[in-house]
Every structure is written in structure tokens, then in C-alpha cells.
Design a protein around this ligand. Structure first.
Ligand SMILES: [Zn+2]
Length: 321
């Protein structure tokens, strides 16, 4: 009798221990968040043990979260005039999203908030470039942007097959873009994997403001940027290849996700007229690159690359994160 009781008790104890371990593990996974200052702190030590070289993914992003809002807070549209207004709400800081259809909550802040995770030597080991398309990007666009990312982020970069975005919408607000990214996105943010979601959309962006400048692309959250393929076609003049424009615009939005210009770092080199943009017209981060004025502002092809200062900023973020 007694040994059996003991065995039963032992079995029960093991069951309880097993259950605890399981839930701990799952909450660990849930806590591998970007900018999730609210996530369960008790779990990061366990998670961080294998590859956490001091700075977990949490710390970089939670330090970025508060720092990036200046340019990106709600209503953070730049004083920029036409076209430079790529800044809608910049993503509600700390937006909670369900990643990849999972029930795990992921907190991703405004654009720039994943920069340290994507770039940092101690950030995520993997970066997923997820394409969500209402309309297919032009051939070469995603390859090009991935190659640019590869040059600045020393990571294992993955590119899963594109996901179709089933929608007839032709007017997109920042909220709608974020919702679509959450609905259709499959890749899941985790401590070891940062996901950048690039949406290729029909129609146009509705910035909610009156001063209509048509944007060709927009970054709306730390992990989400959208490119407007129809507007890109319209903005490219007859002699300018829309594919080149699309590469430029997509790289520009990638630059916003990576925290340029002066979103993550404060270098003072930002264009005062067009916040978060470079003053250098040779940089892909020049404001006009995402504007429908692109073919008027640039006499030749628009820049498709980060300039020296952009690269220096990205390297500084990479080496300090
Ligand atoms: Zn921009």
C-alpha cells in the first residue's frame, strides 16, 4: 500500500514538474520579444544562455523603443512637404501582434525598433525577409533588397516563398497595412529570428492628412513596410525603369526599418525638412526616393544604395548591439 502511494505521489510530482517545465518553455518562446519590456523577465535567462552574449534581444529593443518615438510617435508625420511624408503614425509603439498565426503575443515597436535585433552582433541570429503581396513585386526587387541587407547584417538571412494577400483594397492606411501584415504574415518573430515584412500593395497610401503627397512606399512599424506597385509605375517616367524605382523605394523603406536616419542613433545629420531622411541626394535615404516626385527630383536614376554615412550608422548600430 505504502510503496504504491509513494509511487503515485512521485508520479504526480513528476507530472507537475513536467507541466511546469513545459509552460516555462512556451512562455520563454513568447518572451523572446522585440521591444517587449512587458515580457516575462524570469525566462530570459534560460533563453539567453545559449547565444545571449550579454545583451538579449530584449535589451536592445527595449532601449530603442523609448528612443525611436521622437520621430515616429503618433502624429509623427514630418513637417515634410510633398512626398517626404513617409511618416504616418510610425506604428503604435509597442503594438502587440500575433506572429504567424500563433497565439504568442509579440510586441514590435515603431520602425527602427527591430534595428538592433536585425543588425546587432548580439541580436537575432536569423533574419527572415517575408514578402506579402497583393501584387507581385517586379523581378529582381526582393533579390536586390536582400543583397543590400546581407551587406549590412551579418546574419543568416532567409527568404520564404511570398505570401499572397487576398484583398481588393486600393486605399491603405497605416493601420490597415499593419493589420494585413499580421493577418497574412506567417514567419514568427522570436528571440533568435527577426522578421521583416515587406508588403507589395496595389492602390495608394492614405496618410490620413490633407496634404496629399503621394508616397511610393511607407514604413509603418518596426517589422512592416509597404511598397505601392501602381504608384511606382506611375511615378517612373517613360525612360525610367519602374523596376529601378521599386528597388530604390524598397531599399529606402528597409533603411527606415533599420533605424535610418537618426531614429536609432542621434548623429544630427538628419534632413531638418524631412525627418528621418538623409540630406544627401546620393543616398537612397533621400526623401524624394519614396515620393512620386522621384522622376522630377532625380535627373538620372534614383539612388539605390546607402551612402557612406548611412553605412557608418548601420555599422555603429551593428557593433553596439
Ligand atoms: Zn522615407
Amino acid at each position: 500500500m505504502r510503496p504504491r502511494l509513494l509511487a503515485l505521489l512521485l508520479a504526480a510530482a513528476l507530472l507537475v514538474a513536467g507541466a511546469c517545465g513545459g509552460s516555462q518553455r512556451s512562455s520563454d518562446a513568447g518572451s523572446g520579444r522585440y521591444g517587449s519590456s512587458e515580457s516575462d523577465t524570469g525566462t530570459s535567462t534560460e533563453d539567453g544562455r545559449p547565444n545571449d552574449d550579454g545583451t538579449s534581444d530584449e535589451s536592445p529593443t527595449s532601449t530603442v523603443d523609448p528612443s525611436s518615438p521622437p520621430g515616429t510617435q503618433a502624429g509623427g508625420r514630418p513637417a515634410a512637404g510633398s512626398g517626404g511624408a513617409s511618416r504616418p503614425s510610425g506604428g503604435a509603439p509597442g503594438t502587440t501582434v500575433a506572429g504567424g498565426g500563433s497565439s504568442q503575443a509579440v510586441r514590435v515597436g515603431p520602425y527602427g525598433s527591430l534595428a538592433r535585433s536585425v543588425l546587432g552582433r548580439n541580436g537575432a541570429a536569423n533574419v527572415v525577409v517575408e514578402v506579402i503581396q497583393q501584387a507581385a513585386p517586379r523581378p529582381g526587387t526582393v533579390d536586390y533588397v536582400t543583397s543590400v541587407l546581407r551587406e549590412v547584417a551579418p546574419k543568416n538571412i532567409e527568404r520564404p516563398a511570398p505570401v499572397s494577400l487576398g484583398s481588393d483594397d486600393t486605399v491603405w492606411t497605416a493601420d490597415e497595412i499593419r493589420s494585413a501584415a499580421d493577418r497574412f504574415g506567417r514567419a514568427q518573430q522570436s528571440q533568435s529570428t527577426a522578421v521583416l515584412r515587406l508588403l507589395f500593395l496595389r492602390g495608394r497610401f492614405d496618410d490620413g492628412g490633407g496634404d496629399e503627397g503621394v508616397v511610393l512606399g511607407v514604413a509603418v512599424r518596426g517589422d512592416v513596410a509597404a511598397m505601392f506597385v501602381d504608384e511606382i509605375a506611375r511615378a517612373a517616367r517613360p525612360l525610367l525603369d519602374p523596376a529601378v524605382v521599386e528597388q530604390a523605394v524598397t531599399t529606402h523603406e528597409l533603411g527606415h526599418l533599420l533605424g535610418l536616419v537618426d531614429v536609432v542613433l542621434k548623429t544630427g545629420r538628419v534632413d531638418p525638412e524631412h525627418r528621418e531622411h538623409s540630406r544627401n541626394p546620393q543616398s537612397v535615404m533621400y526623401w524624394a526616393v519614396e515620393s512620386d516626385l522621384i522622376s522630377q527630383v532625380f535627373t538620372g536614376e534614383p539612388p539605390r544604395r546607402f551612402d557612406r554615412e548611412d553605412l557608418a550608422d548601420l555599422a555603429a548600430i551593428r557593433d553596439s548591439s
